[in-house]
Design a protein around this ligand. Sequence first.
Ligand code: NAP
Length: 363
Amino acid sequence: MALHLSSACFSAFSGSKVRAVRAVASEQGGVSVKTTDEGKVKLGGSELKVTKLGLGAWSWGDTSYWNNFNWDDRKLKAAKSAFDASIDGGITFFDTAEVYGSRMSFGAISSETLLGRFIKERKERDPDFEVAVATKYAALPWRIGRESVISALKDSLSRLELSCVDLYQLHWPGIWGNEGYIDCLSDSVERGLEKSVGKRLREAYNQLKKRGIPLASNQVNYSLIYRLPEENGVKSTCDELGITLIAYSPLAQGALTGKYTPNNTPTGPRGSIYTPEFMTKLQPLINRIKEIGEGYGKTPTQVVLNWLVAQENVVPIPGARNAEQAQEFAGAVGWTLSNDEVEELRSMASQVKPVVGFPVEKL
Ligand SMILES: NC(=O)c1ccc[n+]([C@@H]2O[C@H](COP(=O)([O-])OP(=O)(O)OC[C@H]3O[C@@H](n4cnc5c(N)ncnc54)[C@H](OP(=O)(O)O)[C@@H]3O)[C@@H](O)[C@H]2O)c1
């Protein structure tokens, strides 16, 4: 999934012509996390403020990777409760994509449709609640031409029942057609359909800058046990250009939460990644994460998310399937691991050979 600079999607922020736009020109140099009065962070050089953690909605409605290939009412209720618990816990930034819960997968329901429905239902009883929505354009091989971006975005907006999204991202950049796609993303900002967009890092940054649109974020696989962005220059480039790194799969798809063990591995496709052998190698790290968490009254999930936030300029977007998981995320911020603990965990994690985040990542 992650190509070239290992980026699965980049996102830039909107220009000046759009109603309700909060974007300004990108700033260069230095780490770009700017905490606002409300405890939110600005994405890159944009004016978009999001909570320090977001919530990933890939598993909602999906039957190709999650949910044991089956979506039902019980899972729908759990996803809705995850959405509400997230808002109640102060996490109001949601990440989805047009391909999550794609119709191409039997029995699936679009994650965008579900997120749009949850937002609408919440608005009915809580009209003033805040939400920031990020979605993604899929760079599929049969999509040619500038209008493909605008048309995909309009379809996403229709499923989300929104008039614009806060962040629009290019899914799987680097496969092909980036230059054209980026120009189209700029078009859609100017037409007021989105407040931010995405693409291949330095090139994208420069191409968008020419049109006065700052590249706001770069979404990559990043967790304690998958630190490729630190090794391949992506993290340092984000810091240098003032682009926020959005960390996807920050819990290593559940492997870092402490609930999976060599005798209890995840089901479905995750089972072929987080095997008993891998989980055996991971146990010393998990045990240390647990010990450190106990010192703060925190769970392993909260420790590993806090570790990512401690890297600065990083907004993790863990996925939650139910209210309990979403509630736990809220306790991942508002406290800080010591520098020694951050380095100790990195050093221990470097003893574990990283796994591919999910099977298609290296295609
Ligand atoms: N741009 C891209 O190409 C790309 C790729 C992947 C993901 N993403 C985005 O990143 C988001 C998050 O990534 P992800 O869903 O792959 O992985 P993740 O956030 O690392 O892991 C999420 C999974 O961990 C388990 N979990 C979550 N909270 C837990 C808790 N408190 N206690 C125990 N288990 C917990 C849940 O699965 P179980 O309960 O089943 O264990 C959940 O589905 C996605 O939803 C998506 O928005 C983007």
